[in-house]
Design a protein around this ligand. Structure first.
Ligand code: HEC
Length: 397
């Protein structure tokens, strides 16, 4: 009991004190992998403009895409070997052949996107911010000053000065992360350093959100869709999913949600936010970035678990105590920079318990009470009936 009390006290203190920055600062050289991913996602986006019905429609673009696929394969060769790299190499080969055969845009797009996603997983690239997506309002002035003269105030370029950011079909082929990459001159050549070289990461995410807004539907999706596709209203799903890969109603919903993060935030259950952040923290730890992993874990605790903890404690005290203990242990393991497999196991146990917590917090069905009342009522009727028959038999004697 005392231990339980102390651990929950520690946890409360931790939640209160975890507002600061991270403990370490370290940089991971991931630029090559990020560049390769950017090339692949652009093949996915551009191919439909180069080839249709097995015919090359735009020879210059087609040759450029072939070169991009080659470059992506060459970049992969420069990356350190990992289990799974040979298969990825094979996938990039298949992609090159598929482009060579002028395969359908759908199949090339899927191949390129799948390869990009596998590359990100293999090299543990963080493709989502840990903090909530910023509001586009934060960069309204930046856009007006730096982007509008080429792309137009509402995404439609004046003349041939920039690509049309209101093209729905094309924009649906980008994830927010793909757009974010476009705004980083170390990963993409669309713009020079003078245009977006000095932007902060937060400004780039906010610009990605703002740009996504140009092609978003005006109508807010129905709330029930957020329950149907919970991964699309929270990080990392909202940042890494390309609407083009989803069924139509989910695609339309995601295009709206990702352009309106201030609203979308409220649709997500805090424990789902915790789960998303823990996923990110796990990726960071695998990538060797203990500092970022720690930061993301503390965010998960503060913004995900803390808001749900009180209600959970009322519903299931034992589970809450176990969770308190697990947060503390995991935090300590990360601070100690414990071996990766040990830490990952702790992450996975925490995720499993959080899933149980989600179940414990399901609303108590009100019909349950009425159900019991109805049952008792039926029982009373039956008893009454028996009594009545018994009485009748008795009176006949
Ligand atoms: C000097 C003109 C110019 C400026 C300024 C400019 N862009 Fe661009 N932008 C372009 C051109 C041209 C392309 C297409 C590049 C290509 O296809 O290689 C592009 C591509 C893009 C794309 C990718 C769209 C697609 O369909 O491929 C995005 C997103 C984008 N710009 C956003 C921005 C934002 C945000 C800013 C401000 C920070 C900005 N641009 C500033 C000219 C400009």
């Amino acid at each position: 009991m005392a231990i339980k009390f102390i651990s929950s006290l520690c946890l409360v203190l931790l939640i209160l004190c975890s507002g600061g920055g991270s403990v370490w600062a370290q940089e991971q050289p991931q630029a090559l992998a990020e560049r390769a991913i950017n090339l692949l996602s652009y093949i996915a986006v551009d191919y439909a403009d180069a080839v249709a019905d097995g015919e090359v429609r735009d020879p210059r673009l087609y040759r450029q895409l072939q070169r991009q696929a080659q470059t992506a394969a060459a970049l992969l060769q420069q990356l350190p070997d990992r289990p799974g790299r040979t298969q990825l190499d094979g996938a990039l080969n298949e992609l090159q052949k598929s482009i060579g055969k002028r395969d359908s845009p759908d199949s090339v797009r899927r191949r390129a996107n799948t390869a990009a996603d596998r590359l990100a997983a293999l090299y543990q690239l963080p493709r989502s911010p840990a903090e909530m997506l910023p509001s586009p309002a934060e960069v309204q002035t930046v856009y007006a000053e730096r982007c509008a003269h080429c792309h137009g105030a509402s995404g439609v370029p004046a003349a041939d000065s920039g690509s049309d950011l209101r093209n729905r079909e094309r924009m649906a082929r980008f994830s927010l992360y793909d757009l974010y990459n476009t705004l980083d001159p170390t990963r993409n050549d669309a713009h020079g350093h003078a245009i977006d070289g000095d932007l902060s990461s937060r400004q780039r995410w906010a610009l990605a959100v703002l740009v996504a807004g140009f092609s978003a539907p005006a109508q807010m999706p129905e709330a029930v869709l957020a329950e149907q596709y919970p991964a699309l209203v929270g990080l990392p799903g909202i940042a890494v999913t390309r609407p083009s890969e989803l069924p139509a109603e989910a695609a339309a919903a995601l295009t709206w949600w990702r352009a309106n993060p201030e609203y979308t935030r409220r649709l997500q259950h805090p424990l789902a936010r915790a789960a998303g952040l823990i996923q990110l923290a796990q990726t960071s730890y695998r990538a060797g970035d203990a500092a970022e992993s720690y930061h993301q874990l503390m965010l998960a605790l503060r913004e995900g678990f803390a808001p749900a903890r009180l209600e959970l404690e009322e519903r299931n005290g034992a589970l809450t105590a176990r969770l308190d203990q697990q947060w503390l242990e995991l935090r300590q393991a990360i601070l100690d920079e414990a071996p990766t497999n040990e830490v990952i196991e702790k992450f996975q146990r925490l995720q499993a318990e959080l899933l149980r917590a989600r179940e414990a917090l399901q609303p108590v069905p009100k019909t349950g009470l009425y159900g019991w009342a109805a049952l008792l009522f039926a029982l009373a009727l039956a008893m009454g009936g028996l009594l009545w028959r018994g009485l009748r038999r008795w009176s006949r004697r």
